[in-house]
Design a protein around this ligand. Structure first.
Ligand SMILES: [Zn+2]
Length: 458
């Protein structure tokens, strides 16, 4: 099998090759906007071709890129898709200690924008694909095809990325299962404690709240002032809390984490939330909500983000508006929350309008065989770590795949401390050579199990 076929010295050379690939990809600047992912796409495409992998390079728009490659198996099962994005977010250069596009190695860390998000995964997916190709050339065929996909434009909406690939070459990435970014492997006090596998994500909506009222001269105050109405509405919205919304992904997340979490009171709160007993759920939730990132996965979230109104300091405007960024649990209609907010605001002069909505996609089951395969692959490398399902509050390209009927699981296969994870989208983003190695073997372990490679003795 895959990993067991690699000797220690093979592993050394695969890791060293991967380190050099990551350095090279970091040096190919692909900050989005504008993106310019084509250079990264060419690098990946050329490397795949050099290793005789069937690869196609596309240019969705000038300077943008997409790579789709395939290693053919027996075809007795539908394909597994490995996906990662080539664009990165911008940098505040003067806040970096190291060159953000230098790919420098210091004290065992590879520094650079994208080292974690998401060029590290481009490299681990690439090498899993190359290993699979080598195996098929040795006559060992997996049951499924393996598809490698590198997209553009993930950080800015995906119009030239996953959406473009889906609309123009959807047949090339038709798969049963997919592995994407979106999860994490968490290191606490030097130990790899858990791997969170993203199975679902909240759905973002931007809703504009507009208050209207009679205008007039500011010298003559009146009760119908649109600014005052808007503020009153926003205060009521801020005081409103959506109902607790637990489902199998969040129950599984907290229930299993409760066994290993270092802090005793949070451990108890996690067990409460997963208990199925409404009184304990409410008690546990109120405790967990003291950690905002835990609170965000327990119910629908509402954050006012923009506000506008008025034209002059001495004129009462007839309109004032605010934007609410709302994140709903998967499968929840936006009309439902709008109805609740209208009732809470209780003012017929305040109107709600949905300006834009993300894609609503069903959760990928945490009890499906692929989840189990990921868990086994994690255990093989980190025997003490547990693998938990995870609802992400942010949106990823996985929603597009799930909506198209592909079961998609989100990982980030590198063991990271909270500090290292905070560097992604921040300053001095870095990935240790050891973490890259773990990511390589974990990705290969997942691919090996999910494609059901026959063992070497077969
Ligand atoms: Zn990313």
């Amino acid at each position: 099998m895959f990993l067991s076929r690699l000797s220690d010295s093979d592993r050394e050379s695969v890791l060293w090759d991967a380190v050099q690939d990551l350095q090279a990809l970091i040096r190919l600047e692909s900050v989005n906007p504008p993106g310019n992912e084509l250079g990264v796409a060419r690098y990946l495409h050329d490397k795949l071709l050099r290793h005789r992998v069937e690869s196609q390079l596309f240019e969705p728009a000038p300077g943008r890129g997409a790579v789709v490659a395939r290693v053919r198996g027996r075809g007795t099962k539908r394909p597994l898709l490995l996906m990662a994005h080539m664009d990165v977010v911008g940098v505040e250069k003067d806040k970096w200690r190291y060159q953000p596009f230098g790919g420098e190695i210091v004290d065992g860390f590879i520094y650079g924008r994208g080292s974690i998000d998401d060029k590290g995964m481009l490299v681990t997916n690439l090498h899993a694909t190359l290993q699979m190709q080598a195996l098929t050339e040795a006559g060992v065929l997996p049951e499924r095809d393996l598809i490698f996909l590198a997209t553009s434009d993930e950080e800015a909406g995906g119009d030239w990325g996953i959406d473009w690939v889906m609309a123009n070459h959807g047949e090339l990435i038709d798969a049963e299962l997919a592995l994407n970014e979106g999860g994490r492997v968490r290191v606490i006090d030097g130990r790899t404690v858990y791997a969170a596998v993203q199975c679902a994500e909240k759905v973002p909506h931007n809703v504009v709240v507009t208050a209207r009222g009679p205008g007039g001269h500011a010298a003559v105050p009146h009760d119908g002032n649109a600014v005052t109405r808007l503020v009153r509405a926003l205060v009521r919205i801020a005081d409103h809390r959506e109902a607790l919304a637990l489902f199998d992904v969040t129950r599984g997340f907290f229930g299993q984490l409760s066994a290993v979490w270092p802090d005793a009171s949070l451990r108890e709160a996690m067990a409460d939330v997963a208990s199925g007993d409404p009184a304990r759920e409410a008690r546990g939730a109120s405790q967990l909500e003291m950690v905002p990132s835990f609170g965000a996965v327990l119910r629908n979230g509402i954050s006012p983000t923009l506000i506008s109104g008025g034209i002059r300091s001495n004129v009462i405007p007839t309109e004032a508006a605010a934007t609410l960024n709302i994140r709903l649990m998967p499968g929840e209609p936006v009309e439902g929350i709008l109805g609740r907010l209208r009732a809470v605001v209780d003012d017929e002069n305040v109107e709600f309008r949905v300006k834009s909505s993300g894609l609503d996609a069903p959760a990928s089951s945490p009890s499906a065989p692929m989840f189990q395969s990921i868990r086994e692959a994690v255990t093989a490398l980190a025997p003490d770590a547990i693998t938990v399902p995870y609802l992400s509050t942010g949106a990823t390209d996985s929603a597009t795949l799930r909506a198209a009927g592909i079961a998609c699981y989100g990982v980030l296969p590198f063991p990271l401390t909270q500090d290292d994870e905070d560097r992604m989208h921040g300053h001095d983003e870095r990935l240790s050579v050891d973490a890259l190695g773990f990511g390589l073997w974990l990705t290969m372990g997942i691919v090996q199990r999910v494609t059901h490679l026959p063992s070497a003795s077969e």
